[in-house]
Design a protein around this ligand. Structure first.
Ligand SMILES: [Zn+2]
Length: 195
């Protein structure tokens, strides 16, 4: 797709989709391109993301880049970078929206990636707002484990322990399409047959 980049400085890109759709890979790809062009980049992770060593971003496929875990939003306002990449954007505090706007107005290219929906198919409010404000949006899909079609849903395997903020890995979530997710929810809702 042809895209015209704003000539007068900053803009916002959002990469969204379900788990295992390669969002962080795509974030790294764009940041690596910027780095090759000699631009100063920073990768930021939310305070609650404790999956990785604090100074790295590691994707499910094992690719890694240096990243900074953000403890307060003020830190972002002070960073000296031409391109800011924010991973797991859904876990940042709502104030991140205004901080991003401010940085974009200062001429920074900001690239956010994260889940668009939780496992109940509710939009993450921060991500919904950023999608509305972004110049560029990419919605990625994974491959449905049920049928091989395009998956848009991060299906939670044990919904009885419901809690929106669970930073997941392969053992708790499956990428499913709408239809397979509905089917699986119906199976789980069925009472156990007497034995
Ligand atoms: Zn499916």
């Amino acid at each position: 797709m042809m895209r015209t980049v704003p000539q007068r400085g900053g803009w916002l890109e959002v990469i969204c989709g379900p788990m295992f759709s390669g969002k962080s890979e795509e974030l790294m790809r764009r940041l690596t391109r910027a780095e090759i062009a000699g631009q100063r980049i920073e990768i930021l992770r939310p305070p609650r993301d404790t999956r990785h060593a604090s100074d790295e971003l590691i994707t499910h496929s094992g690719r890694r880049m240096r990243a900074r875990r953000i403890e307060s939003l003020d830190q972002i306002s002070r960073l000296d970078a031409a391109v800011l990449g924010l991973d797991e954007i859904q876990f940042f505090d709502p104030g991140i929206v205004e901080v991003i706007d401010e940085r974009v107005s200062q001429g920074v290219r900001v690239i956010c990636c994260g889940l668009d929906m939780d496992y109940r198919r509710q939009a993450w409010p921060v991500v919904a707002t950023l999608l509305a404000r972004a110049e560029f949006i990419d919605k990625l899909q994974s491959v449905c484990l049920g049928c091989g079609g395009p998956a848009t849903i991060s299906h939670r395997i044990d919904p009885s322990q419901a809690q929106q903020v669970q930073i997941g890995a392969q053992e708790t979530y499956r990428a499913l399409c709408r239809r397979c997710s509905d089917d699986e929810a119906a199976v789980n809702a069925r009472p156990l047959a007497p034995t």
